[in-house]
Design a protein around this ligand. Structure first.
Ligand SMILES: C[S@@+](CC[C@H](N)C(=O)[O-])C[C@H]1O[C@@H](n2cnc3c(N)ncnc32)[C@H](O)[C@@H]1O
Length: 244
Protein backbone atom coordinates (compact mmCIF):
# COMPACT_ATOMS: atom_id res chain seq x y z
CA UNK A 1 0.00 0.00 0.00
CA UNK A 2 1.30 3.43 -0.91
CA UNK A 3 0.92 6.05 1.77
CA UNK A 4 1.53 9.74 1.25
CA UNK A 5 4.63 11.29 2.84
CA UNK A 6 3.82 13.39 5.85
CA UNK A 7 2.12 12.96 9.19
CA UNK A 8 0.70 9.67 10.51
CA UNK A 9 -2.95 9.16 9.57
CA UNK A 10 -5.52 6.55 10.62
CA UNK A 11 -4.54 4.58 7.50
CA UNK A 12 -1.42 3.36 9.28
CA UNK A 13 -3.51 1.63 11.94
CA UNK A 14 -4.82 -1.77 10.79
CA UNK A 15 -5.62 -4.85 12.82
CA UNK A 16 -3.70 -7.89 11.63
CA UNK A 17 -1.46 -5.73 9.43
CA UNK A 18 0.34 -3.10 11.44
CA UNK A 19 -1.43 -3.96 14.72
CA UNK A 20 -1.48 -7.35 16.38
CA UNK A 21 -4.80 -9.14 16.18
CA UNK A 22 -6.04 -11.39 18.95
CA UNK A 23 -6.03 -15.00 17.82
CA UNK A 24 -8.60 -17.60 18.86
CA UNK A 25 -11.21 -15.00 19.64
CA UNK A 26 -14.12 -13.85 17.60
CA UNK A 27 -13.44 -10.15 18.06
CA UNK A 28 -13.75 -8.79 14.51
CA UNK A 29 -11.32 -6.41 12.86
CA UNK A 30 -12.38 -2.88 13.50
CA UNK A 31 -11.92 -0.21 10.80
CA UNK A 32 -9.66 2.63 11.96
CA UNK A 33 -11.66 4.99 9.75
CA UNK A 34 -14.62 4.56 12.13
CA UNK A 35 -12.37 5.17 15.16
CA UNK A 36 -11.08 8.32 13.53
CA UNK A 37 -14.60 9.58 12.69
CA UNK A 38 -15.74 9.05 16.30
CA UNK A 39 -12.74 10.76 17.86
CA UNK A 40 -12.83 13.59 15.37
CA UNK A 41 -16.45 14.36 16.13
CA UNK A 42 -15.64 14.48 19.86
CA UNK A 43 -12.75 16.89 19.43
CA UNK A 44 -14.41 19.07 16.80
CA UNK A 45 -16.74 20.24 19.54
CA UNK A 46 -14.52 20.17 22.54
CA UNK A 47 -11.59 22.43 23.41
CA UNK A 48 -10.57 21.16 26.88
CA UNK A 49 -8.67 17.91 27.31
CA UNK A 50 -10.65 14.95 28.64
CA UNK A 51 -10.16 11.33 29.74
CA UNK A 52 -11.11 8.92 26.93
CA UNK A 53 -12.29 5.44 27.86
CA UNK A 54 -13.21 2.47 25.63
CA UNK A 55 -14.91 -0.18 27.84
CA UNK A 56 -15.18 -2.77 25.01
CA UNK A 57 -11.67 -2.09 23.69
CA UNK A 58 -10.94 -5.38 21.90
CA UNK A 59 -7.60 -5.15 20.05
CA UNK A 60 -7.49 -1.45 20.86
CA UNK A 61 -8.07 0.29 17.52
CA UNK A 62 -9.97 3.23 19.05
CA UNK A 63 -7.31 3.65 21.72
CA UNK A 64 -4.37 3.44 19.29
CA UNK A 65 -6.07 5.97 17.01
CA UNK A 66 -6.70 8.27 19.97
CA UNK A 67 -3.11 7.89 21.15
CA UNK A 68 -1.44 8.49 17.80
CA UNK A 69 -3.71 11.22 16.43
CA UNK A 70 -5.40 13.03 19.34
CA UNK A 71 -3.00 12.74 22.32
CA UNK A 72 -2.76 16.50 22.83
CA UNK A 73 -6.46 16.66 23.61
CA UNK A 74 -6.54 13.70 25.98
CA UNK A 75 -5.77 13.67 29.71
CA UNK A 76 -5.65 9.93 30.03
CA UNK A 77 -6.58 6.88 27.93
CA UNK A 78 -8.35 3.90 29.47
CA UNK A 79 -9.26 0.57 27.90
CA UNK A 80 -11.00 -2.45 29.30
CA UNK A 81 -12.50 -5.65 27.94
CA UNK A 82 -13.91 -8.80 29.43
CA UNK A 83 -11.78 -11.08 27.28
CA UNK A 84 -8.22 -11.54 28.62
CA UNK A 85 -6.74 -12.46 25.23
CA UNK A 86 -7.94 -9.35 23.37
CA UNK A 87 -6.94 -7.21 26.31
CA UNK A 88 -3.41 -8.59 26.23
CA UNK A 89 -3.32 -7.93 22.48
CA UNK A 90 -4.36 -4.30 23.01
CA UNK A 91 -1.54 -3.96 25.57
CA UNK A 92 0.97 -5.43 23.13
CA UNK A 93 -0.13 -2.97 20.47
CA UNK A 94 0.85 -0.11 22.76
CA UNK A 95 4.02 -1.82 23.87
CA UNK A 96 5.52 -2.08 20.41
CA UNK A 97 4.79 1.56 19.72
CA UNK A 98 6.80 2.53 22.78
CA UNK A 99 9.61 -0.01 23.23
CA UNK A 100 12.35 -0.77 20.71
CA UNK A 101 12.56 -4.50 21.57
CA UNK A 102 8.81 -4.89 21.21
CA UNK A 103 8.96 -3.08 17.85
CA UNK A 104 11.64 -5.53 16.62
CA UNK A 105 9.40 -8.42 17.69
CA UNK A 106 6.46 -6.85 15.84
CA UNK A 107 8.55 -6.51 12.67
CA UNK A 108 9.60 -10.18 12.88
CA UNK A 109 5.95 -11.21 13.33
CA UNK A 110 5.04 -9.32 10.15
CA UNK A 111 7.95 -10.96 8.33
CA UNK A 112 6.38 -14.33 9.24
CA UNK A 113 3.01 -13.43 7.64
CA UNK A 114 1.89 -16.18 5.28
CA UNK A 115 1.77 -13.99 2.18
CA UNK A 116 4.65 -14.30 -0.29
CA UNK A 117 4.24 -10.65 -1.17
CA UNK A 118 7.42 -9.21 0.33
CA UNK A 119 6.49 -5.73 -0.86
CA UNK A 120 3.35 -5.85 1.25
CA UNK A 121 5.25 -7.00 4.35
CA UNK A 122 7.80 -4.29 3.80
CA UNK A 123 5.10 -1.66 3.58
CA UNK A 124 3.51 -2.81 6.89
CA UNK A 125 6.93 -2.79 8.54
CA UNK A 126 7.65 0.67 7.22
CA UNK A 127 4.37 1.92 8.60
CA UNK A 128 5.14 0.31 11.99
CA UNK A 129 8.47 2.14 12.15
CA UNK A 130 6.73 5.44 11.33
CA UNK A 131 4.12 4.79 14.04
CA UNK A 132 6.90 3.96 16.51
CA UNK A 133 8.85 7.13 15.69
CA UNK A 134 5.72 9.21 16.01
CA UNK A 135 4.80 7.55 19.34
CA UNK A 136 8.18 8.50 20.84
CA UNK A 137 6.98 12.12 20.97
CA UNK A 138 3.80 11.21 22.85
CA UNK A 139 3.61 11.24 26.64
CA UNK A 140 0.17 10.11 27.61
CA UNK A 141 -0.88 7.62 30.29
CA UNK A 142 -2.65 4.52 28.99
CA UNK A 143 -4.31 2.16 31.46
CA UNK A 144 -5.76 -1.27 30.66
CA UNK A 145 -7.67 -3.65 32.85
CA UNK A 146 -10.05 -6.57 32.57
CA UNK A 147 -13.56 -5.50 33.36
CA UNK A 148 -17.14 -6.45 32.66
CA UNK A 149 -18.82 -3.42 31.07
CA UNK A 150 -22.17 -4.49 32.49
CA UNK A 151 -20.71 -3.29 35.79
CA UNK A 152 -19.19 -0.10 34.46
CA UNK A 153 -20.68 2.11 37.21
CA UNK A 154 -18.12 0.66 39.64
CA UNK A 155 -15.25 1.83 37.51
CA UNK A 156 -16.69 5.17 36.38
CA UNK A 157 -17.03 6.23 40.00
CA UNK A 158 -13.25 5.86 40.44
CA UNK A 159 -12.33 8.14 37.49
CA UNK A 160 -11.36 11.68 38.40
CA UNK A 161 -13.05 14.38 36.33
CA UNK A 162 -15.11 14.15 33.18
CA UNK A 163 -14.83 11.20 30.82
CA UNK A 164 -15.74 10.62 27.18
CA UNK A 165 -16.69 7.03 26.40
CA UNK A 166 -15.91 6.03 22.83
CA UNK A 167 -16.75 2.48 22.00
CA UNK A 168 -17.61 -0.28 19.56
CA UNK A 169 -19.66 -2.73 21.67
CA UNK A 170 -20.56 -6.34 20.80
CA UNK A 171 -23.30 -6.50 18.17
CA UNK A 172 -26.62 -8.30 18.54
CA UNK A 173 -26.70 -11.75 16.93
CA UNK A 174 -22.96 -11.55 16.44
CA UNK A 175 -21.63 -14.66 18.08
CA UNK A 176 -18.45 -13.14 19.39
CA UNK A 177 -20.49 -12.30 22.46
CA UNK A 178 -21.37 -15.69 23.81
CA UNK A 179 -24.10 -16.10 26.44
CA UNK A 180 -22.15 -19.11 27.67
CA UNK A 181 -19.67 -16.60 29.09
CA UNK A 182 -22.19 -16.32 31.88
CA UNK A 183 -23.50 -12.89 30.95
CA UNK A 184 -27.21 -13.40 30.73
CA UNK A 185 -28.98 -10.44 29.27
CA UNK A 186 -31.65 -9.37 26.82
CA UNK A 187 -31.34 -9.09 23.03
CA UNK A 188 -28.63 -6.48 23.11
CA UNK A 189 -26.27 -8.61 25.15
CA UNK A 190 -24.24 -6.53 27.55
CA UNK A 191 -25.34 -3.28 25.91
CA UNK A 192 -28.48 -2.47 27.82
CA UNK A 193 -27.14 -2.64 31.41
CA UNK A 194 -24.09 -0.79 30.15
CA UNK A 195 -26.17 2.07 28.70
CA UNK A 196 -28.29 2.35 31.79
CA UNK A 197 -25.28 2.72 34.08
CA UNK A 198 -23.54 5.19 31.77
CA UNK A 199 -26.68 7.35 31.66
CA UNK A 200 -26.71 7.46 35.46
CA UNK A 201 -23.00 8.26 35.90
CA UNK A 202 -22.45 11.91 36.81
CA UNK A 203 -19.01 12.22 35.21
CA UNK A 204 -19.74 10.96 31.66
CA UNK A 205 -19.70 14.03 29.40
CA UNK A 206 -20.58 12.08 26.28
CA UNK A 207 -20.80 8.59 24.84
CA UNK A 208 -19.83 8.00 21.21
CA UNK A 209 -20.95 4.60 20.10
CA UNK A 210 -20.97 2.81 16.77
CA UNK A 211 -23.15 -0.10 15.76
CA UNK A 212 -23.80 -2.14 12.65
CA UNK A 213 -25.86 -0.22 10.10
CA UNK A 214 -28.24 -3.15 9.69
CA UNK A 215 -28.98 -3.25 13.42
CA UNK A 216 -30.68 0.00 14.37
CA UNK A 217 -30.21 0.87 18.02
CA UNK A 218 -31.46 4.42 18.02
CA UNK A 219 -34.64 3.59 19.95
CA UNK A 220 -32.63 1.78 22.59
CA UNK A 221 -30.20 4.69 22.91
CA UNK A 222 -33.07 7.16 23.19
CA UNK A 223 -34.40 5.28 26.20
CA UNK A 224 -31.41 6.56 28.13
CA UNK A 225 -29.90 9.52 26.24
CA UNK A 226 -30.42 12.35 23.82
CA UNK A 227 -29.00 10.47 20.83
CA UNK A 228 -27.76 12.13 17.65
CA UNK A 229 -26.91 10.17 14.53
CA UNK A 230 -23.56 11.52 13.35
CA UNK A 231 -23.20 9.47 10.18
CA UNK A 232 -22.29 6.10 8.82
CA UNK A 233 -19.04 4.69 7.52
CA UNK A 234 -17.67 1.19 6.87
CA UNK A 235 -21.00 -0.47 7.69
CA UNK A 236 -21.31 1.21 11.09
CA UNK A 237 -23.52 4.05 12.22
CA UNK A 238 -22.09 6.44 14.77
CA UNK A 239 -24.22 8.05 17.48
CA UNK A 240 -23.47 10.73 20.02
CA UNK A 241 -25.33 10.16 23.29
CA UNK A 242 -25.65 12.89 25.87
CA UNK A 243 -27.37 13.01 29.23
CA UNK A 244 -31.10 13.79 29.07
C1 LIG B 1 -16.94 -5.30 18.54
S1 LIG B 1 -15.67 -5.84 19.61
C2 LIG B 1 -14.65 -4.42 19.82
C3 LIG B 1 -13.51 -4.43 18.83
C4 LIG B 1 -12.56 -3.27 19.06
N1 LIG B 1 -13.13 -2.01 18.59
C5 LIG B 1 -11.20 -3.49 18.43
O1 LIG B 1 -10.54 -2.51 18.12
O2 LIG B 1 -10.78 -4.65 18.30
C6 LIG B 1 -16.51 -5.93 21.16
C7 LIG B 1 -15.64 -6.35 22.34
O3 LIG B 1 -16.47 -6.39 23.49
C8 LIG B 1 -15.94 -7.40 24.35
N2 LIG B 1 -17.00 -7.73 25.31
C9 LIG B 1 -18.09 -8.54 25.15
N3 LIG B 1 -18.85 -8.54 26.24
C10 LIG B 1 -18.23 -7.70 27.14
C11 LIG B 1 -18.53 -7.27 28.47
N4 LIG B 1 -19.61 -7.70 29.12
N5 LIG B 1 -17.69 -6.39 29.08
C12 LIG B 1 -16.58 -5.95 28.45
N6 LIG B 1 -16.22 -6.34 27.19
C13 LIG B 1 -17.04 -7.20 26.56
C14 LIG B 1 -15.50 -8.51 23.44
O4 LIG B 1 -14.49 -9.30 24.07
C15 LIG B 1 -14.97 -7.71 22.23
O5 LIG B 1 -13.58 -7.56 22.32
Amino acid sequence: MHLPQGPITYKYIEVGKTLYQAVSTRTPRFPPRVAYAMLNSLFEERQEAITVYDPFCGNGVILCTAYLLFSQKIKKLIGSDLHPVVLETARRNFQWMKEQNALEERLRAIQAYKTRDDGLKESYQKRCRSMFNHAQQIHLDVEFFQHDATRICEHLASIDGEVALITDPPYTHNDHWNPKDGLKSADFGPLEPFLQQVAEAPNVATLLICYRVDQPIRTLLETYFVATLLGATKGRTIYRCQPK
